[in-house]
Design a protein around this ligand. Structure first.
Ligand SMILES: [Zn+2]
Length: 610
């Protein structure tokens, strides 16, 4: 069954006959705002597929007094609600006809089943009557259901009714005999589809905000919150109750909107293949309540493999070895927005998981950027001046060391004081992970001496164990990217030449961004890491200590099997994953392939020129 979240739009309009509209004289709001809150103007504000919003005027802006509400209660209820008879005695004539008792809903199950959201606005009866909630005849849910009936060649006549009448027409025994419980089951389908969709879009979190009159659903994708849909408040309340009570495994499964609650979904058959769990946190808000669901991916989220961030298998293996060393400082460099924090988070989270929580990881951050499950994260209190910040930061590191950590993560070494504190932590037998601003992995050593650390210590391979540099490049959408060869006649010949020299025989696989498609929007889907990782050794450190930086660089590339950020980018260009122009914007001109690879190009690359 399609979830109403994604089937909200239809360009087809089903016109309700004026006679049918006249048949129900006055709007009939819900008899009890406790049971069914009056649907608000926000009900009809629904996201269309093209992203625009369909705005509809409110159904009714004034609520009749309670007596009138009671007066409108149909008498022949399948499940009668206790009504004070003295009030009912003074009741005015009913505003609308109750559906024939014999008529039973067709839209609750089977061929003509409406979605949970559609059922709120309409009910198809087995006498061919389609009850449509007054004021909702142009509602996208109603329109799409009508379009479906037309496709099925089902002849029906529309009659406007109150929202409450529509709701009541579903009450009582269902044709399948399961009764009200089906509602819950159907909301579970909605919940499952919502999680599945978030998973497909690689969202890290789902936010459900139940506001006074509406419910907003948002996904966090690539760390940005994106609004997915707007629903009624009632829809949100039911969704939250279903998620908490029927899907989560928690000892007391009573959902209490007015309390903070935590739960998790771990049941395999309730989750998509790619998730191993969903963590749920709820809280009351000034307008209603909020639920945030953190999706725990088998291969991503906090447990994502470094390869999935874009590191090569070899780089991931080296970082794995750095993680396993009992002490030493590992430093990640790169400009702001190069994904350093994400790498740090993944490294520490996986370390905590690998050790089954038996290690104590403390972070000192200004501010805390990402939550790391199992780590003790300490934000540095904001200070007014740069000097006060520096002092506070160093004090926080010193304090962290007294808290008996195994691993310390220091957000950034930005001055002499924090660099010295980090080095001291490494010298006292801790594993330290931190970041610094430097242009390459090898340049980190220069930066550390600039920050005032003694060269002898910077080039001690037992103190400084790992040097990493990284950038992020945009990843091409595999659905709409185009072969580079098809468009190269329109490109700068110098670029074409560089690409040929860089990728050699793999020239045919190079692709460029297309103009966008339903899978991506703009031709790219997220970003991927291009990196260089150096695990320092005696010779490498010795060459640096002697000031022979070029020799150290050569040694790293030739003897240690190193790969530079630019070479890593070329690999991704050659594999058709990254547009060469986008790669050059991040890493500079693509370097030519090594001699061996160029030989391959000459041998196999004839005929590719043009
Ligand atoms: Zn695309």
């Amino acid at each position: 069954m399609a979830t109403p979240l994604y089937s909200s739009g239809s360009s087809k309009k089903h016109v309700v006959s004026p006679g049918a509209a006249a048949a129900s004289a006055s709007p009939s709001p819900s008899p009890s705002s406790v049971v069914t809150p009056l649907l608000s103007p926000a009900v009809a504000k629904v996201q269309k597929p093209d992203g625009s919003e369909l705005l509809k005027p409110p159904v009714s802006t004034t609520q009749p007094p309670p007596e009138d509400l009671l007066a409108q209660l149909p008498v022949a209820l399948p499940e009668p609600i206790a009504v004070d008879t003295t009030v009912q005695a003074t009741a005015q004539p009913r505003a609308e006809a109750v559906p024939r008792p014999a008529a039973r809903p067709l839209s609750d199950a089977g061929e003509y089943a409406a979605s949970a959201e559609e059922r709120k606005f309409l009910c198809l009866l087995d006498d061919g009557t389609l009850l449509v909630a007054e004021g909702h005849d142009m509602n996208p849910f109603v329109l799409s259901y009508c379009a479906r009936l037309e496709r099925l060649n089902y002849r029906y006549s529309t009659r406007l009714a109150s929202l409450d009448t529509v709701r009541r027409s579903y009450q009582g025994k269902r044709r399948d005999g399961t009764g009200e419980r089906v509602d819950h089951t159907q909301m579970q389908v909605v919940a499952k589809n919502l999680i599945a969709r978030a998973c497909t879009e690689r969202a890290s979190d789902i936010h459900i905000r139940v506001n006074r009159f509406s419910t907003e659903i948002l996904f966090r994708i690539h760390n940005e919150l994106t609004r997915i849909s707007e629903q009624t408040r009632e829809y949100g309340e039911r969704l939250l109750a279903t998620l908490y009570s029927a899907m989560a495994s928690v000892s007391d499964n009573t959902y209490k909107p007015n309390e903070r609650q935590d739960a998790s979904i771990g049941d395999r058959d309730k989750l998509p293949e790619r998730l191993f769990g969903v963590r749920i946190a709820t809280a009351p808000t000034s307008l209603g309540s909020v639920m945030v669901m953190r999706l725990l991916y088998n291969d991503a989220g906090e447990t994502i493999a470094l390869e999935d961030l874009g590191f090569t298998a070899r780089q991931a293996e080296m970082i794995e070895l750095l993680k396993q060393q009992p002490h030493g400082m590992n430093i990640i460099s790169g400009p702001t927005g190069s994904g350093k924090s994400t790498t740090l988070q993944r490294v520490l989270a996986s370390q905590i998981r690998d050790m089954a929580g038996s290690i104590h990881v403390i972070t000192v951050e200004d501010p805390v950027e990402y939550p790391i499950t199992g780590a003790v994260q300490t934000p540095v209190v904001n200070a007014n001046s740069e000097e006060a910040r520096s002092t506070a930061f160093s004090a926080a590191i010193a304090n962290a060391m007294r808290l008996d950590p195994d691993t310390i993560m220091i957000g950034e070494m930005r001055d002499r004081a924090s660099a010295q504190s980090a080095l001291r932590a490494s010298m006292t037998g801790h594993q330290v992970w931190t970041t610094v601003h430097a242009n390459s992995a090898i340049a980190i050593a220069d930066r550390l001496t600039d920050l005032g650390l003694p060269l002898s210590m910077v080039t001690d391979e037992t103190l400084i164990t790992g040097l990493i540099s990284q950038r992020l490049v945009k990843l091409l959408c595999q659905h709409c990217s185009q072969p580079f060869a098809d468009v190269m006649h329109t490109l700068d010949p110098a670029l074409v030449g560089r690409v040929k020299r860089a990728v050699g025989a793999r020239f045919d696989q190079v692709r460029v961004a297309g103009s966008g498609c339903p899978h991506c929007g703009h031709g790219t889907v997220g970003r991927t890491v291009v990196a260089e990782v150096i695990r320092t050794d005696t010779t490498f450190s010795e060459l640096l200590r002697e000031g022979r930086k070029n020799a150290a660089h050569e040694y790293w590339l030739r003897e240690m099997g190193g790969q530079t950020v630019a070479q890593h980018a070329v690999e991704k260009v050659a594999a058709g994953l990254v547009d060469p122009r986008m790669a050059e914007r991040v890493v500079g001109p693509l370097p030519p392939a090594s001699d061996a690879e160029r030989g391959l190009f000459v041998a196999g690359g004839e005929g590719h020129g043009g």
